[in-house]
Ligand binder design. Structure first.
Ligand code: 7TS
Length: 418
């Protein structure tokens, strides 16, 4: 990572972070009498006023169930829900709305693929390839289906900087590998994986690739056709949208070949007690009443991002990350876990003699929100021989002043605990 402080002349003039901050009501609050310094964005992001309003407006004006009523409200709700799908499709440049499945989040999206794709494609002796830096939601669903099918879960190791060892990935690919499932950006380390290289290599063996995009969608430009990935999963709440809504992108041909994941209303074409036929994509994978207001809120969040521009956001966040990396060098004894050359928006660190939970609790009294713990990546913590880290994670509204507040907070932690 570039540890240089970015000089003022490199400042992105057109990025008005103060104006952006005013769009987020939560950020105006005080916590323990201190100005809130919210640095837990990898866990969830705050919501702009436009998203909050879009959700309220839905309930105030067109609340109704979708895909069933002939009455006006139902038609309007259906239109708004399906328009949201189109907004998502355009945001990630999918080829068709049929490839956009609304889920509860990344976790449900990965479970859907593991169970549906796995059900028809995995048999005894087959392999599923993941990495040592996966979130539990990209480990456990695969373990469940591998156990059922007597298939093997294989893991690509990471080096001491927290980078995936590409040569090991290449070595582990073989004719038994039935799917590769990889995190795009690590939630614990911030490592950006070389996903294009991974996809191209896997495809040379005819193996499909799922990208866990939970920490990528809000920071990087995503074009699923350019990436050529087969599946891409993300959560709305990590990209300034509501909780309880997420997306599975899947290549149409693959989704067509896969059986339904859940059964219920809306996913059927015709039901008799003898046999049921299923609805077309994407509805085949959306059983039951969906999170209509969530989809509408997510689409509004994507419009908010589009208004600023994801590339501008990326550049600004990189500036903040570099500033944080160099500023944290001032804190005695702080050790950064994860020094990948390509990183995004996350810094995890430890102290030799102070537990991360003590660091997090102390910082909270200073108004600073960070996450402490294993971040649902216990195997990765084991790899670094640590139980937990303190993690600061940045979003489009964070400032260099907030990085300074974090550094000062950590200096106070040292005074108190050492
Ligand atoms: N994958 C990654 C890389 C994640 O960071 C997370 C959530 C998930 C999957 C699961 O997303 P969900 O929306 O379905 O829960 N990560 C975190 C985190 O880092 N702190 O809290 C949640």
């Amino acid at each position: 990572m570039n540890l240089k402080t970015v000089s003022p002349k490199n400042k992105i003039d057109t990025y008005d972070v103060e104006k952006i901050r005013r769009d987020f009501p939560v950020l105006l609050q005080k916590v323990h009498g201190q100005k809130l310094c919210y640095l837990d964005n990898a866990a969830t992001t705050q919501k702009p006023r436009s998203v909050i309003d879009a959700v309220s407006r839905y309930y105030e004006t067109i609340n109704s169930n979708v895909h069933r009523g002939v009455h006006s409200l139902s038609e309007m709700a259906t239109q708004a829900y399906e328009d949201s799908r189109t907004t998502v499709k355009n945001f990630i440049n999918a080829a068709s709305e049929k490839e956009i499945i609304f889920t509860r989040g990344t976790t449900e999206a990965i479970n859907l693929v593991a169970h549906s794709y796995g059900k028809i494609n995995l048999k005894e002796g087959d392999e599923v390839l993941i990495t040592n830096m996966e979130h539990h939601s990209n480990i456990v669903p695969w373990q469940l289906i591998c156990e059922e099918k007597n298939a093997k879960l294989k893991v690509v190791p990471v080096n001491n900087d927290g980078e995936l060892i590409f040569e090991e990935f290449e070595k582990q690919l073989n004719e038994r590998t039935k799917i590769v499932s990889v995190v795009y950006v690590s939630n614990s380390l911030g490592t950006i994986n070389p996903v294009k290289k991974i996809i191209d290599k896997a495809h040379s063996f005819g193996i499909p690739v799922l990208l866990d995009g939970a920490q990528a969608i809000q920071h990087l430009k995503i074009d699923v056709q350019e990436l050529d990935c087969d599946f891409f999963a993300f959560s709305g709440h990590k990209i300034y949208g509501p909780t309880g809504i997420g997306v599975l992108y899947g290549r149409e041909k693959l989704l067509e070949s896969m059986p339904p994941y859940m059964g219920g209303g809306d996913m059927i074409s015709k039901v008799t007690f003898e046999k049921t036929t299923y609805n077309e994509l994407p509805h085949k994978f959306e059983a039951g009443t969906p999170h209509i207001s969530g989809a509408i809120g997510l689409a509004e969040a994507l419009r908010y991002i589009n208004k600023i521009g994801i590339k501008k956001i990326s550049a600004y966040e990189k500036e903040i990350l570099n500033y944080a990396a160099s500023s944290l060098l001032q804190v005695n004894g702080l050790k950064v876990i994860g020094q990948a050359k390509e990183k995004s928006s996350v810094i995890s660190f430890v102290f030799d003699n102070i537990h991360p939970h003590d660091v997090g609790t102390f910082l909270d009294f200073e108004g600073i929100a960070v996450r402490t713990g294993h971040h649902c990546t216990q195997p990765l913590m084991d790899r670094f021989n640590i139980p937990a880290t303190t993690r600061a994670s940045f979003a489009l509204y964070n400032t260099k002043e907030e990085v300074d507040i974090l550094v000062n907070g950590l200096k106070k932690v040292l005074e108190v605990f050492n």
